[in-house]
Ligand binder design. Structure first.
Ligand SMILES: [Zn+2]
Ligand SMILES: [Zn+2]
Length: 179
């Protein structure tokens, strides 16, 4: 029974991690596909859309920022989402895995751009794909930047790309959404 319980916790942790990866892809897709042309928007324009456009033009520019300045907008999104999930479902392993993955998303992204920023344990996790590897993330930076939106692991993107997930969503949305 104890083994089974431990296995269930592990499965939950993995699913929470993959959920965070999926959500990172959704937010990144919105930034990439909705942001251009809306950089003048209050708050979102200067904090999210413009830095994202700069990141495509100069992928290592965001590494000049300090740890807090390249992560705080992610934390601002993850914190309320985690509170909502905790209130809705109570304290569950998958929620904590998703919260940690979400909170680390920008830093994992930074490590995928510059290995020297990553601690040794993170390099080992990059090697197995639990953390996104530089080679995997590089696929997103090939124009037209329409693949590999998820930035936490190497495991969700291939599934979404195989089923043309992002393209299918875009077909369902009004054309005026994209500029
Ligand atoms: Zn992008
Ligand atoms: Zn990048």
């Amino acid at each position: 029974m104890i083994l089974l319980d431990a296995l269930m916790v592990l499965v939950q942790l993995l699913l929470g991690w993959l959920l965070a990866d999926l959500l990172s892809g959704v937010l990144h897709w919105i930034e990439d596909r909705f942001g251009p042309g809306r950089e003048h928007w209050p708050v979102l324009g200067s904090l999210i859309f413009t830095p994202n456009i700069v990141h495509h033009a100069d992928p290592t520019d965001f590494l000049k920022a300090g740890f807090v300045s390249r992560n705080w907008t992610t934390w601002a999104a993850v914190t309320p989402l985690t509170i909502i999930l905790l209130l809705a479902f109570g304290s569950q392993p998958w929620i904590w895995a998703a919260a940690i993955g979400g909170a680390m998303a920008s830093e994992i992204h930074a490590w995928a751009h510059r290995k020297t920023l990553a601690p040794d344990w993170a390099l080992r996790l990059q090697a197995i794909g639990l953390l996104q590897s530089p080679r995997h993330h590089a696929v997103h930076h090939v124009p037209d930047h329409r693949r590999h939106y998820c930035i936490i692991s190497d495991w969700v993107n291939p599934v979404l790309d195989h089923f043309e997930f992002w393209h299918s969503i875009e077909l369902l949305l009004p054309k005026g959404w994209f500029r």
